[in-house]
Design a binder for this molecule. Structure first.
Ligand SMILES: C[S@@+](CC[C@H](N)C(=O)[O-])C[C@H]1O[C@@H](n2cnc3c(N)ncnc32)[C@H](O)[C@@H]1O
Length: 277
């Protein structure tokens, strides 16, 4: 019996899993060794302990450009241009590096600037030119800076806008306290649901990125619904963990899409962008 016939004969028997074991073991060991290598490198080279930053893989970036293109109904080449615009913004990059180096919690932050899915937020603001963006959850203020950079470019093209950034922590947002970005950012301290209830301007683009519990995310979308301008875009950073925005979209007659990012050279599986419109 030749080798192929023998393999086929074994595949029909209960011995098949035993025979395939060495190949299966090699496969999973290669995968796990890679995860261990990446994790070990991260443990010694990064200082971050939450809200990790990383680059996207080339393929993940490509998928993100198409995601934004479809949602915002703009050519994908323009989206790629906006990605290049934020990534090539050396003034913002230098500011973030300097502010991080001088921050009180610098021992727990990496100086290297890595935006990951936030380049998608940037492109959506460039594409839709909102007058009022609301971001819940600010942390250091990396997302607020990216949103502010997009709003500043829109303003230079005749479409001014502001971002209201909400966080319960009074120390949040230190990256967004410097000009010119601070000129379009309103930092509000307090629980996000109460702060959304107190908003006195219509919201064109809303981004949930605060307390990622299902209940809190749902409370935010319920609270912002009566504050939305016609055609507003709703985003969530929690889409890999809950279905809250999809359910909200269905209840309110909107469309919904989800993008799942893939970090490059990082052990973290990544987050994503959920959008309802
Ligand atoms: C994931 S971080 C935000 C990340 C940020 N958007 C960025 O782009 O880097 C989550 C933030 O939500 C804030 N937070 C948690 N619970 C909150 C609440 N109930 N109201 C407002 N902010 C809250 C935390 O203080 C933390 O700074």
């Amino acid at each position: 019996m030749d080798a192929t016939k023998l393999r086929r004969a074994i595949a029909r028997t209960r011995l098949a899993p035993v025979a395939a074991f060495p190949k299966r073991l090699a496969r999973v060991a290669r995968h796990d060794a890679r995860v261990l290598r990446v994790s070990a490198r991260w443990l010694v080279t990064s200082r971050e302990h939450h809200n990790y930053t990383y680059e996207l893989t080339g393929l993940s970036r490509h998928h993100l450009s198409w995601f934004v293109s479809v949602v915002c109904d703009v050519p994908v080449a323009r989206v790629r241009g906006w990605f290049a615009e934020i990534e090539g913004d050396d003034e913002l990059r230098r500011h973030i590096e300097r502010a991080t180096a001088g921050a009180a919690r610098r021992g727990l932050a990496d100086r290297q600037v890595r935006y990951a899915r936030r380049i998608g937020w940037y492109a959506m603001v460039r594409a839709t030119r909102p007058a009022h963006v609301v971001e819940t959850g600010v942390d250091k203020g990396l997302g607020s800076c990216v949103l502010a950079a997009a709003l500043l470019r829109n303003a230079a093209e005749g479409h001014p806008g502001r971002v209201t950034s909400l966080d319960i922590n009074p120390e949040a947002g230190y990256l967004a306290r410097a000009a010119p970005w601070s000129g379009v950012v309103d930092l509000v301290v307090g629980d996000s649901v109460a702060s959304i209830g107190a908003l006195d301007r219509a919201v064109d683009l809303f981004l949930h990125d605060s307390d990622h519990s299902r209940a809190h995310e749902r409370r935010e979308f319920d609270a912002v619904e009566p504050k939305l301008a016609p055609g507003a875009l709703l985003l969530t950073d929690n889409v890999t963990a809950t279905n809250v925005l999809a359910e909200h979209a269905e209840r309110t007659g909107r469309r919904f899409l989800a993008y799942r990012e893939t970090p490059a050279r990082h052990w973290y599986p990544g987050d994503g962008i959920g959008v309802a419109w």
